[in-house]
Unconditional design. Sequence first.
Lengths: 401, 106
Amino acid sequence: MMQRVVIIGAGHGGVQAAASLREEGYEGEIVMISPEQDLPYQKPPLSKGYLKGEQTEESLLFRSSHFYEDQKIMIKYGVIVDSIDIQSNRVALSDGVTIEYGHVIIATGAENRKLKQDGQEVSNVYYLRTLADARLIQEKMTSAETIVTIGGGFIGLELSAIAAEKDKKVTVIEPQTRLMERVLPKMISEVFFRAHLEKGVEVLLQTGVDYIDGHEVNLSNGTTLQADMILAGIGVIPVTGLAESAGIKCDNGVLVNEFQQTNIPNIYAIGDCANHFNPFAGKSLRLESVQNAVDQARTAAAHIVGKETPYQAVPWFWTFQYHLKLQMAGISADYEQAVVRGDQESGKFSVYYYKGDSLIAVDSLNKPADHLNARKLIQQGLSPSPDQVSDLTFNLKEIVA
Amino acid sequence: MPKVTYIQTDGVEKTVDLPLGATIMEGAIQNDVKGIVAECGGSCMCATCHVYVDEAFAGMLPEKEEEELEMLQGANAELLGNSRLGCQIRISKPLDGMVVKVPSKQ
């Protein structure tokens, strides 16, 4: 087989896949195709340290440019893959070049869902995905005084928190009954809700957007807001068009097995775009997180060099807003019982989620040690009892192997 | 630029120049120091940039904040008096020549 891996995408998954292939001793060529012009960088700090002005662009880089040279990882910038020909094992690039491959790793990620009206994308709305997006937001936010954020999920709220800290007048519009409803229980949503109010952010729940007209945002409650800047964080869509046209099976993402293989054995998919069976969720899903991208990249790289180590990593996520640092381990969606450890009033506590007698997830608010331990508990399938969890004198670390 | 020496997990020392203000974690990642994982990219979220700071320099660093201490308590390698998270140490002129040892596991 041709000794060349083509990695499509240069985000967390793509870069980790390249690095892991070398760590695993892969000696063939590695070509990474990036649609962007920037040296590969980390996305999570964009909506945190970078836009706050605490992190430079250089500090976002995964690796310096000489790392890729030393490791013989070739990166093609500003190029997209137009097609994958699974018969001839070739990818065709937008710059006209065709590359033969032994393996392909699809790490195309996800793209922002865009607001539409009258069948058209609404112009004048800012979304965050890439460093280029962040630069535009930073520039616009400097001159804006009033900001309307559409969507009370992680990205919308992180951006709103940064704007509020820059003394902007911020309004968040969220159609659900509470913030981050899809992923968080009520008691944690409310902590964030109060924090935003305390910082002067207006949060309009159960409110939709009817129509955007220039700088006017017309709401479902009949009011109209004036906004110098409109931000939106309303979810993402996996980028699967390339895989679909190549005849690779997709269903809310590219379908993969526990080794990240698609139905075409020498084509893998990882990260936000990969729909996999997740043992910690007990079902097939896509995860949008650094952890998932990185661990799936390691799994795919290992498999390419002949090591069968199935993807079995505990999912974890985080968000920062103001002084609130929330770390999530496991998938809490199907929980039946929630047990609090610590004092909710103090703003430092963790919530342990059970399905039956099994601990399935833990959310830790300003309790990083709880979070790290929770990842070990869940990974090892250990379920301290609810009584032990709520008893602060019981040391949960001691039960971890 | 100040120099920092990393004693890697395989025992091999690697000395690199760090721009003022860069963190020990960033220096490790950009120079491919073995044994520093930095899963979270410097957000003090994952405790995978744990290092042991040479005693001669450990006392010159700002005290650990509660958050860093809590994270270190959850780190996978033994917590010692000179344990720090690389993402929380910013390099300055007085730290020129600092030596940090990477633990055997993160």
